[in-house]
Design a protein around this ligand. Sequence first.
Ligand code: SF4
Ligand code: SF4
Length: 280
Amino acid sequence: MKVTIIRRVVQLAVLVLFCLPPLLAGWGVFGLFAGSDEQMPTPADGVFFGSLSSSSVGGVTLFDPLAALEVFAASHSLELAALVGALLVLVVYGIIRSRAFCGWVCPVNLLGEGADWLRRKLGIAVPERTVPRRTKLVVAAAVVGLSALVGFPVFEAVSPIGAMNKGLVFGGIAGMGTLAAVLVAELFFSRRIWCRSLCPLGGVYQAIGRAGQVNVAINHEACIHCDQCKAACLADPVILEPAVDGDELLVRAGDCMVCGACVDACPTEALRFQLGRRPR
Ligand code: SF4
Ligand code: SF4
């Protein structure tokens, strides 16, 4: 349970971090500025401001790589600041483990884990894998292609990823419909269907995931093949199979979110995190 507790703290801290600047500047549905003639402070005056689509950290602009691709496709042009901002994000997450974004940062994954908890409490049984996990690569390509066709970034208009913090602070409803649909699908149709199989941003990160340097490693001598790690996996149970079956010493799949759910679930401590891709 140790990794999950740390991860939960990080997930909630990220949500608060994105909500704080507008609240501190007196913006949003809880804002205090209405009716004043004084020049208003803006959230952008602070060290950190933005959303999970684009943000500014100490004057450096960061871009969600999928949002940047959609904007480039929609405008049929490359904007240098967005390109640099997206590459920075890709390089940092890519070195760690690109889908660490999904496991540790994205609020939709937090919602999906809430749905898991609720389903267990209500005793609702749903299948594990109704849609192949590689579908999200196709969705990512379709989203970029469609953006080029219609001339605006289509996924950004309905994305549930930034919807939670925008909704909490500004009462915004963009993306809330998708968020509600994700919750219903996770509760009643298929476990973790959005993050495992459909999210196009997860698809972008999956594509470069194998380059990551934080990995789950297995001690084959300690493994008793109970499959509890697979039952706990937030990404897809099959990504643990090569390691559990004795063919690999690491979980190599680009889909691994380094969430640590498998490490926590293993009763014999056969699984642990290791730095680097070289088996030890
Ligand atoms: S293999 Fe382990 S660390 Fe990777 S996503 Fe599955 S549960 Fe999380
Ligand atoms: S939970 Fe641990 S012991 Fe059980 S199959 Fe996975 S690695 Fe092996």
